[in-house]
Design a protein around this ligand. Structure first.
Ligand code: ASP
Length: 347
């Protein structure tokens, strides 16, 4: 690459884009077109930066699939003109959003780095500057004319993760995210060190970007707990129009194995509802059939979520449900890693 990399900052909302009004003490969104003025350090980076902002920036608690589509449309509009994207969103739902964007974009050849912060950019002790500056640096990184990163990532507090492997783990610490089942793709210390062997490389450079703008959001997360009644489970599974369930199970994918519980799940699967088994544990994954309490799940056709995160399972369901696949294809495809979101080999 001869010219300076061109980076597009997309601001959707969240704490990072706020400054304190020192008169009222309240946090308010600042005009994002002034980003370079607010963070003059950005000028020292060897790239050119443009920015776009949601007309009305949102707290990420208000995120939904319509906003996901807005984000991919901004990426689509600028994809050929820029070399990388840094997307600023609130951290609360960042792992859900970034996981979904990773499925909505296939054959990606440019970096998309999600970041945000725990403290507003104008705060004296802010983590926003480091997160933003390093994200831009990562999005600009090239080797032999090719971007070092060509996947959807999340950068927070000195670590770059594959976005669809992340979970928000802290409402307090600057280290707000973790990727329990996959190591960081890069770490930022005195040097920015990329873990080259883990970074996804697009195998066929001839394939152009495919953007999917439809997601099915008739899905639910059903978290089991000792004492949950069959009546509650049945009423959730009988929700009208329900198409997919992320069943958060115990340990290595275990559930009660009472006849009634299994029959309720089986009826839902026979109605065409896709049920994905994801563990409630923070790390490790599902191993259906290891215990007596998971053998029946396998037999009735529950989908194996392996070591996928909850956030990524929701996103993958929303994406695959729109592909109109047969029950067998849906299961086979879900159980494969599509964007590095799960470990393919049995754990
Ligand atoms: N509530 C904020 C949000 O997610 C928190 C943050 O930006 O980190 O939008």
């Amino acid at each position: 690459m001869t010219k300076k990399p061109r980076i597009l900052l997309i601001y959707t909302g969240g704490t990072i884009g706020m400054i304190k009004d020192y008169k009222t003490n309240a946090l308010k969104v600042f005009d994002f077109s002034q980003i370079i003025e607010k963070i003059p350090e950005l000028q020292q980076l060897d790239c050119s930066i443009q920015s776009v902002s949601f007309e009305t920036p949102i707290d990420s608690s208000n995120m939904n699939t319509k906003y996901y589509i807005d984000i991919v449309e901004i990426i689509e509009e600028h994809y050929t003109d820029v070399d990388g994207f840094v997307i600023l969103t609130g951290s609360d739902t960042m792992s859900y959003v970034a996981s979904a964007i990773s499925f909505m974009l296939e054959n990606l050849q440019k970096p998309i780095i999600f970041t945000g912060s725990q403290l507003p950019i104008g705060d004296l002790r802010t983590d926003a500057k480091e997160n933003l500056i390093t994200s831009v640096e990562i999005a600009s990184a090239h080797k032999n004319g090719v971007p070092v990163i060509s996947e959807v990532c999340l950068y927070f507090e000195y670590q770059l993760f594959r976005a669809n492997r992340t979970t928000k783990i802290s409402a307090e610490q600057f280290e707000a995210f973790a990727s329990m089942n996959f190591p960081p793709l890069a770490e930022s210390g005195v040097h920015l060190k990329f873990n080259q062997s883990l970074i996804h490389r697009k195998s066929n450079k001839e394939q152009s970007l495919v953007i999917r703008k439809k997601l099915v959001d008739d899905v639910v997360i059903l978290k089991l707990f000792p004492g949950i009644t069959n009546m509650v489970i049945e009423s959730i599974l009988n929700t009208s129009n329900l198409k997919g369930v992320v069943l958060e199970t115990y340990g290595a994918g275990n559930t009660p194995n009472s006849e009634r519980f299994i029959a309720v799940l089986k009826r839902a699967i026979q109605k065409g509802i896709k049920i994905v088994n994801v563990t409630q544990c923070k790390s490790g994954g599902v191993l259906m059939g290891r215990y007596d309490t998971s053998i029946m799940l396998k037999e009735i056709g529950v989908i194996d979520g392996k070591d996928i995160t909850l956030e990524s399972a929701v996103a993958k369901l929303m994406y695959l449900l729109n592909e109109h696949l047969s029950t067998t294809d849906f299961k086979n495809i879900f159980e494969k890693s599509l964007r590095g979101e799960m470990t393919d080999v049995s754990l």
